[in-house]
Write a protein that binds this ligand. Structure first.
Ligand SMILES: Nc1nc2c(ncn2[C@@H]2O[C@H](COP(=O)(O)OP(=O)(O)OP(=O)(O)O)[C@@H](O)[C@H]2O)c(=O)[nH]1
Ligand SMILES: [Mg+2]
Ligand SMILES: [Zn+2]
Length: 240
């Protein structure tokens, strides 16, 4: 007699549970009029360096905190603390991405009083962080010049779900074959509304445009506006 085969969609359950947690995290930050931004990129593209310069440019007018997520070590959280912002190091227990439950635990431990802007520095990885809603309102990706201009073509999802792409290390443009037109067309093909800003976290070039974008978003949240980033829209559309 033939036996019936059972199928359990584990991945589906994981995403559904995460969505509930992410919505709770987002509702809390909306109630507190705090903006949370998830920063994704491959290892070494300059997430921490970018955040350090950003903190220095924004504080004290905008009160910033960073949740650093890594598999191990605490160097990034120490670097952020030295830059004068509240920070916490989260160890993901071997996981290569953040999820909303981890965000909640991090926020509870760090404390969120007296903050305007909270960054999540996600684990350096261009693949699964793009699949998990952390509960942040907005998502950004950093692509650094030395990684190559083919990354949007090879890792499309992270660019699809991002509201903004920072192209970092532009001070290195003279020594790399990096086609700006090509990278822009690849990103816009995936995500026509993605904002692209060129920066160097080493020299500060481009930072005015980046920090103005942040100031605008923080002001919108303070004014009670609910920001709905691309990732939230895409996940909601998939759920229907
Ligand atoms: N030339 C140049 N170097 C940069 C720039 N931004 C970052 N770097 C360097 O790139 C290296 C990696 O920078 P990090 O900020 O640690 O990168 P990260 O993305 O936080 O790395 P992980 O947390 O390990 O994923 C460091 O040596 C930085 O000094 C830049 O704009 N120009
Ligand atoms: Mg880092
Ligand atoms: Zn992962």
């Amino acid at each position: 007699m033939e036996r019936e085969v059972q199928i359990l969609e584990l991945k589906q359950n994981v995403f559904e549970a995460n969505k509930v947690n992410a919505d709770t995290v987002r509702a809390d930050s909306q109630a507190k009029k705090q903006l949370m931004i998830n920063v994704m990129s491959s290892p070494g593209s300059g997430k921490t360096t970018t955040l350090v310069r950003t903190i220095k440019d924004l504080q004290p007018d905008i009160r910033v905190a960073v949740m650093e997520c890594d598999i191990d070590a605490s160097v990034d959280a120490e670097t952020i603390a030295k830059a004068g912002a509240r920070s916490i190091q989260l160890h993901t227990g071997g996981m290569c991405h953040m999820d909303a439950q981890m965000t909640q635990q991090g926020l509870d431990q760090m404390g969120t009083d007296d903050l305007d802007l909270i960054f999540i520095e996600n684990v350096g990885n261009l693949v699964c962080p793009a699949e998990f809603d952390t509960g942040a309102a907005l998502n950004i990706t950093i692509l650094s010049v030395p990684e190559g201009d083919d990354k949007p073509a090879k890792y499309p999802l992270v660019y699809e779900v991002s509201d903004l792409v920072l192209i970092n290390k532009i001070d290195a443009l003279p020594v790399f074959d990096f086609r700006k037109d090509y990278v822009e067309s690849c990103i816009h093909e995936l995500n026509p509304d993605a904002k692209i800003i060129y920066v160097s976290s080493k020299t500060g070039e481009g930072f005015e445009e980046w920090t103005n974008w942040l100031k605008e978003k923080v002001a919108a949240v303070k004014a009670g506006q609910v920001l709905t980033g691309r990732m939230i829209e895409i996940l909601a559309a998939e759920a229907h």
